[in-house]
Design a protein around this ligand. Structure first.
Ligand SMILES: [Zn+2]
Length: 274
């Protein structure tokens, strides 16, 4: 009995996770960011990838990176929900950042027709422009799509010549959409939604996708997995998301850790370069 418990805890220690999408730099974490990082590391989360929001979040993003440089890796991009009538000026700020230094990815970028359609044209312009930058910089992209997944797929299809790759973050689409995304060379980001009671259809879709196309994410502070639904999400709960995947694929949690971490390292190759 004692031996068995030692073996289990060793097994847990060996598991290494990557949270491919967390907004740890937002003020939701200002009061206890140290502890949040500590809990993540205790849970085996080695890297937390930080998608930028817009020109106003740069300071917080860089401050978070500086404080936790070993584990927090920033992306650079303009979120579709931040796009407004001065999109060109907004993009100029983002481009300047990309010109000045290295990032782990371009993100988050995409299309969001759920909240507001006012700047749909500008959203499309921002998405196309940033996809081109990602291609030029040989960087992966973290894609946000809400009520717009087919348009996101179409936009990528139009310009994909093998230079674009990355993750459709928080994927909640159909089997057909998943297949198109994989055919385009992209992976699916799996987060807390997969654990929700009402996500049977999503679980059914994901159970048919080869694991090599999946990466884990929290989208913290949003979308906390069961049994923490409704609370502020954080990276230490990645294993709860993984556990749902493990039951779907009838594998153990360690195997999910091994495969999804390898997938993330393959996509976000900058992580291996230190
Ligand atoms: Zn996000």
């Amino acid at each position: 009995m004692a031996d068995e418990s030692i073996a289990l805890s060793e097994n847990t220690c060996l598991m290494e996770w990557i949270d491919t999408h967390t907004h740890l730099f937002l003020d939701a974490f200002d009061a206890d960011r140290d502890q949040v990082i500590q809990r993540a590391q205790q849970a085996g989360v080695r890297y937390m990838l930080l998608p930028n929001i817009d020109e106003n979040s740069l300071q917080a993003l860089y401050t978070c990176e500086q404080a936790y440089a070993d584990c927090c890796k920033p992306m650079m991009g303009l979120h579709p929900c931040s796009v407004h009538h001065e999109v060109n000026a907004q993009l100029q700020v983002i481009q300047q950042q990309l010109d000045e230094r290295d990032f782990i990815a371009v993100g988050e970028i995409g299309l969001d027709y759920y909240w507001d359609l006012t700047y749909r044209t500008q959203q499309l312009e921002a998405f196309r422009t940033q996809l081109h930058w990602a291609g030029e910089c040989h960087l992966p992209v973290s894609i946000h799509s809400r009520s717009a997944i087919d348009d996101c797929i179409q936009e990528i299809k139009k310009i994909q010549k093998g230079q674009l790759f990355g993750v459709f973050h928080c994927f909640t689409g159909t089997k057909e959409q998943a297949q198109q995304i994989i055919d385009l060379g992209f992976a699916l980001g799996i987060g807390g939604v997969i654990t929700f009671a009402k996500s049977d259809a999503l679980r059914q879709v994901i159970s048919q996708i080869p694991l090599q196309h999946l990466v884990l994410e929290t989208d913290a502070p949003y979308l906390a997995p069961v049994p923490f639904r409704g609370k502020r999400n954080e990276s230490c709960w990645i294993p709860h998301i993984a556990h749902t995947l493990a039951s779907l694929f009838q594998l153990d949690d360690a195997e999910i850790a091994r495969i999804t971490t390898a997938n993330a390292l393959r996509i976000f190759a900058g992580l291996s370069k230190g």
